[in-house]
Design a protein around this ligand. Structure first.
Ligand code: SAH
Ligand code: SF4
Ligand code: F3S
Length: 447
């Protein structure tokens, strides 16, 4: 199984792995040993799409030498291309969209019975979104993702997601709580609630209506959840109650990923983001007035059709003003089915790349400045794994969602523990330091 794209795809692949396990399949790291190769795809930008085609180019010889090998494509590119994908990759056995995740056993069974190629790209728009509980086959790590809403109703003019994932559909809270209880029982400490537009949760369709902030309060009461996060939020669905939740829920970590896309109102409107820069800045101000210590990250697109140099410079100004701790930055890529495709993709490649390099350089500086503010301070790190890189022992994340690597505590600490770490240096979006808890705890006589 290979996954491209966002965390939702990663969660979908995990789910398909669990279901296929029940049909007798076991994941192998060696593609040469596989009876089934399943690639969960992304089509958010052209590059994501090209990666999939080159992967299948590499798989062709395997299929030729072993005709029984089943090759399947799932995910957003499959949903977008449907039959066209079979024309392009004729040796495929199935092409299934994101809504087929729960039916993956059935689809593989049909291929095994000699039917082929199977194409399944219907949206189950009338059904509730439900993920039936199953016993987990592997323990989650200390930090676990939980899908709470799928699809997107925002229709930003550049974006394929509303077409590849369909309409917004929230999952019943009881089901979410049950999944979280199961994850916590198996060792998860941090829960990251997921959705393409996560804070639109509960806007419609739930049998038991519940707003997003109410869901957060509910999750925070589950015993064993030590940290709570959510991603990705849309500014338009950010309510005052959600800001209040940051004050009330102490396990809600002080980091927010809030995509802004660009710094100019004309372009924002063409992007159909449905808010202005002033509105975004006001939201940030309100949030900072209640949670002064919050770290902010964002997504930015440069070179949207018609974006002038001056308009692009407003993006630089905005980044400088908010001082994002990190950003995902992209050059605009025209996508099938999207409204922006009607607009001329008129910014030359070199110009887009030049703008991209400028924002990357600016973000590098902002990240460095944000990181330097931690130096000499102690941060709490949820340890995710051990590491032997650069003389360090463990790595994890602090509440602000910085990666933290540290040395010390090898005989005391393990993944899943929260350690106090004194930060000594920073590079990129990583902090490095040493374990500090020994001293502090023994001072209070706890060890
Ligand atoms: N649902 C999230 C993000 C979805 S995709 C949100 O709305 O915030 C992640 C990011 O990919 C987007 O925020 C956007 O910055 C980028 N993106 C989406 N479509 C793109 C395109 N056609 N070209 C370049 N970047 C794109
Ligand atoms: Fe795409 Fe916009 Fe929906 Fe995000 S909110 S997934 S960018 S349409
Ligand atoms: Fe890609 Fe689909 Fe996610 S297009 S970013 S895998 S929702």
């Amino acid at each position: 199984m290979e996954t491209f794209g966002c965390q939702m795809n990663v969660a979908d692949t995990d789910r398909m792995e669990l279901l296929l396990f029940q049909s007798g399949y076991l994941r192998t790291p060696h593609v040469e040993d596989a009876d089934l190769v399943l690639v969960n795809t992304c089509s958010i930008r052209d590059k994501a799409e090209q990666k999939v085609f080159s992967l299948f180019g590499g798989l062709k010889p395997l299929k030729q030498s072993n005709p029984d090998l089943i090759l399947g494509v799932a995910g957003c590119l499959a949903q977008q291309e449907q039959t066209a994908l079979i024309n392009r990759i004729p040796f495929l056995d199935f092409v299934v969209g994101p809504d087929a995740v729960e039916s993956i056993q059935h689809i593989v069974q049909r291929v095994n019975q000699g039917e082929g190629p199977v194409i399944w790209t219907e949206f189950d728009s009338h059904k509730n979104y439900s993920i039936p509980e199953q016993p987990l086959i592997k323990n989650p790590g200390p930090s676990a993702f939980v899908n709470i809403i799928k699809g997107c109703d925002k229709f930003c003019s550049f974006c394929v997601v509303p077409y590849t994932r369909g309409r917004e559909k929230s999952r019943e809270a009881e089901e979410i709580y049950a999944e979280i209880r199961q994850l916590v029982d198996k060792g998860a400490k941090e829960i990251i609630l997921l959705g393409q537009n996560v804070n639109a949760y509960g806007k419609r369709g739930l049998q038991q209506p519940l707003a997003f902030h109410e869901l957060l309060y509910g999750v925070s009461e589950i015993e064993g959840v030590e940290r709570l996060r959510f991603t990705t939020s849309h500014p338009m669905d950010f309510t005052p109650e959600l800001i209040q939740a940051y004050c009330d829920i102490d396990i809600l970590m002080n980091h927010l990923h809030l995509p802004v896309q660009c710094g100019n109102n004309r372009i924002l409107e063409l992007m159909r983001r449905s808010h202005t820069i002033e509105w975004y800045m006001d939201l940030i101000e309100q949030l900072k007035s209640k949670v002064p210590d919050i770290a902010l990250s964002t997504d930015i697109i440069v070179g949207f059709p018609g974006e002038t140099r001056e308009e692009f410079e407003e993006t630089l100004n905005l980044m400088e003003q908010v001082k994002f701790s990190s950003s995902y930055m992209f050059a605009y890529s025209p996508r099938p089915n999207t409204p922006a495709l009607e607009m001329a993709d008129d910014i030359p490649y070199e110009e887009k790349q030049d703008r991209l390099q400028q924002i990357i350089q600016l973000q590098n500086r902002l990240t460095k400045e944000n990181g330097q503010a931690f130096i000499g301070k102690e941060v709490e790190v949820l340890i995710e794994s051990t590491t032997s890189r650069k003389g360090m022992s463990f790595k994890g994340r602090n509440p602000h969602y910085w990666s933290v690597m540290f040395k010390g505590g090898e005989d005391r600490l393990k993944p899943g523990d929260v350690a106090r770490v004194r930060v000594e240096e920073t590079s990129g979006h990583v902090l490095r330091g040493s374990w500090a808890a020994n001293r502090r705890r023994s001072a209070r006589g706890e060890l």
